[in-house]
Structures are given as C-alpha cells and as structure tokens.
Design a protein around this ligand. Structure first.
Ligand code: PMP
Length: 461
C-alpha cells in the first residue's frame, strides 16, 4: 500500500538511536525495538511501514476531523508557500490568511468573542490564556486577581503553563509544577467519583466546589476558571448538563472569567461548532487547536471577548506575548480551507445527526459486556469503562491494568484506540462511515472477549 519503499528495521533502529517521542517511556521504546512507523493514511485509515491497515479510532490525536488524504489542503499549502511562506505579526504587520482566519473564527463564535490571538499548539494557547487573564486584571487595577482555578485530571497541555493549568498530578511531579497561582478543584467524573449518586446532584456538587474554592481564596484574588467542556485526555468525562450552567452562574456571581478549552471539543466534535454551545454557556476566552486545521499543520487560536480587548486597548503598552509562528500564513490558509470543507460537507451536522447517533448506538451496545461498567458518548467522542465486577466501578487489581490489555487487543485487530488507565477512549474522524463504526464496535467486542481470560487472574485482587 505504501507509495515509498521503507526500510522498516532501519527506521526502527534510527528511532531508538536518535528519536525521543512525545509523552513516552524511552525504556519501553528501546525494549520494543522502536516505535511503530506510520507511513500513510486515507479517510479514517492509517497504514504502518509493514503495510498493516489500522482504522484510526482516535483521529490521530483527537485532531484529524476531516479525515486523511485531503489533496485540497496540500494544494492550498503549496500555493500559499509559493506566494508567501512566512511573515510575522510582531511589527504591526499581518498576512492575509491570518486576518481572514481571525474573521472566520469570529463569525463562527458570534457574540462577544470577536478577537483572535494565534499560536501554534493547544498548550501555547493556554499559555496565552494565563498571561492574558493576569494582564487583563492588572490593567483593570486588580493585579491581585491572579489565581486561575482548574480541575484535577484536566488536560491543558504540556508546556510549563499548560501542564500547571492541567490537573494531572503525574505531570506535576516532573519539573516542579504547578507554577504558583493555580488551584485545582474536583472534576465532574460521575462514574469515578460519584458512582451511585444522582448524576445531576453530583454535577451540582462538583460545580459548587468552584464556589467553595473561590470563597476560600477570596473572590478578589481569582482571575479565571478554565475547563474543557468534555475532558478528553482525562478519560472523555462528559458532565451532566447542569454542571456548566452552575459553573457559569458561579463565575458570573464573583466576576471570574470563564475559559473554555475547546482544543478537542471545538470544530464539531460534540455535534455543535463549539462545546460551550452544546452545554449552553458563554465563555470569555476560548482555546482552539487540533480540529482548527484537522492536524494538517500546527496552529492554534485563542478567542477573546470584546470586553477584554477593550481593556487591552485602554493602554498604548504592547501585550508582550506571542510567537514567531503566531498566525503562520500557510497554517492559517490550511485552517481556513479545513473549515470551508467542514461547512461544504456539513460535517458538524453529520456528527450531530448521522455518524454521532450511529456511534452512540454501536458503541453503546457494548454496555452489556461483562467487563464494561459504563459506556458514554457525545457526538463523535466516547469512553468505555472497564470494571472487574459488573454493576460496580471496581477495577481489576489496583486499577490501570485492564485498559492497556484491551487497547493492545484492539490495535492487534486493526483498530487504534487509547487507554486512559481503565477507560478506553475513542474519537474518530467525522468522515468515518457506518460500516467503519460497526467494525470499531466489533473489534472492541472481540478485544473485550479476549481480555476476559487475560484479566481473570487480576479480577479478585
Ligand atoms: N488542551 C486540551 C483540552 C487538549 O486536549 C490538548 C491536547 N490533547 C491540549 C490543550 C494541548 O494541545 P497541544 O498538544 O497541541 O499542545
């Protein structure tokens, strides 16, 4: 299937010798004799260098929303590279694609979110958020309003600010994080933390933790609350609708800015353009990446409310923040065309009305499996909770062992999914067909059946 001939063993040797992959164990990389080399892709399928076809149930890393193999995006990138491959936005200069993309994003948001700051990754967007909200409050004459509240098990990136804003304690351990001025409250993880509790009551309890923390800190010290509408990397945690409504009411009551991290949820993943539209709240700032360009080129964007920008405009001072590649013209041109394709092919509607419901039905049917404690989906994102005893949320052994077993069994059968401890997560491209969704479900069921035997020795531990 490959267009080029790859020397797989040589690539894997070079991988171990020279390449440090992201978020990886370098011991495991070495023990495995190198990474799996992915060489090409089309639609919702990727191929490795050995020629194995793998149905990509993760859209790359939650990002290839319009699917692989879009020649149109390559054409746009080529044209833009020949016309103007690069220019910056530091010196009161801008490029046409950056300005046009900003206007397009403003129109997709509507309302007060009319101003766009560009970055290269989701992490960088959240770095922008951190500096922007603190600068905003300083300009408002309230520099002590500097604390940002996030949630345990949130994912906001891997830079110093991103990982600090995130609530993953195993990430904080490395590098002395979080940086000062960031606090974490409980997450709205009903299956894990509210099992057996009424879902709405639990959601309100989780949201009220924000008010308790604001009062404990002092409202005059809290700058912003940041959250993913649906936590992705934390295990596809879909809160009850009541959660975000209550969060919004609390933030408004105390004048705390709301930041919606839409790096995964944005651009249709939940069946609306943005996750906050699904949950019915109005953020002051929105982080976007991934689906913005469907991963074809690295670009991210931070949407900012009119009120915040008015405050920034009350001074001649520069906002001394930004990157060489802020508003990169090639990435912006590709992102614009990516959004155009989404509109032309009505892909957001497809998530809401066609692929999403089919996904909910096919994956939902796995709930009857003895290893499955809960299945949740929304749009084209989903999670399967693996348990040792049906009807409970009890895990195999100490927890964390079952997920990788089921994940590896899926990959061996030609389906890419991820395991977040004992939660199998899925996030397929918006173009996935019904047949491919059915195949996903069948492969997961076969993997679960196989795992019953493998995990039996752990069930009673
Ligand atoms: N925020 C969220 C919600 C994410 O899911 C991610 C990436 N998974 C990030 C931020 C960080 O994005 P990046 O990896 O592009 O820096």
């Amino acid at each position: 299937m490959n267009r080029r001939n790859y020397n797989v063993s040589e690539l894997r040797r070079l991988d171990v010798a020279h390449h440090l992959p992201a978020q990886s164990s370098y011991r495991l990389q070495q023990q495995m004799g190198g990474s799996r080399i992915i060489t090409r892709a089309e639609g919702s399928t990727v191929w490795d260098a050995e020629g194995n076809a793998i149905l990509d149930g993760m859209a790359g890393l939650w990002c290839v929303d319009i699917g692989y193999g879009r020649a149109e995006l390559a054409d746009v990138a080529r044209e833009q590279m020949l016309e103007l491959p690069y220019y910056n936005s530091f010196f009161r200069t801008a490029t046409a694609p950056a300005v046009e993309l900003a206007a397009k994003l403003a129109s997709l948001h509507g309302g007060a979110l009319q101003h766009i700051f560009f970055n290269t990754s989701g992490s960088e967007s959240n770095d922008t958020v951190l500096r922007l909200v603190r600068y905003y409050w300083a300009l408002k004459g309230q520099p002590e309003r500097s604390i940002i509240i996030s949630r345990h098990n949130a994912y906001h990136g891997s830079t110093v600010a991103g990982a600090s804003l995130g609530g993953m304690s195993f990430m904080h351990v490395q590098g002395g994080l979080p940086i000062p001025g960031i606090e974490h409250i409980m997450q709205p993880y009903h299956f894990g933390d509210g099992f057996g509790e009424d879902p709405e009551e639990f959601a309100l309890r989780a949201a009220d933790a924000l008010e308790e923390r604001i009062l404990a800190i002092g409202a005059d010290k809290v700058a912003a609350f940041i959250g993913e509408p649906v936590q992705g990397a934390g295990g596809v945690i879909i809160p009850h609708r009541a959660y975000w409504q209550r969060i919004e009411a609390i933030c408004r009551k105390y004048g705390v800015l709301i930041v919606s991290d839409e790096v995964i949820c944005g651009f249709g993943r939940l069946g609306r353009w943005f996750g906050y539209q699904h949950f019915g709240f109005t953020p002051d700032i929105v982080s976007m990446a991934k689906g913005l360009s469907s991963g074809y080129l690295p670009i991210s964007a931070t949407a900012v409310s009119h009120e915040i920008v008015e405050t920034l405009r009350a001074t001649d001072d520069d906002f001394v923040h930004g990157y060489t590649y802020s508003g990169h013209p090639v990435a912006a041109a590709v992102a614009l065309r990516n959004i155009e394709i989404m509109e032309r092919e009505a892909l957001v509607d497809r998530v809401a009305d066609d692929a999403g419901p089919h996904f909910a039905e096919a994956i939902g049917a796995l709930a009857d499996h003895p290893l499955v404690g809960e299945v949740r989906t929304l749009g084209l994102i989903g999670a399967i909770e693996l348990v040792a005893e049906k009807g409970t949320n009890r895990r195999h052994g100490k927890g964390g062992a079952a997920g990788p077993v089921v994940r590896d069994a899926c990959i061996a059968r030609g389906l890419m999914v991820r395991a977040i401890r004992d939660t199998i997560v899925m996030c397929p491209p918006f173009v996935i067909t019904h047949e491919e969704i059915d195949r996903m479900a069948a492969i997961i069921r076969a993997a679960l059946d196989e795992a019953v035997g493998t995990l039996a020795h752990l069930a009673g531990l």
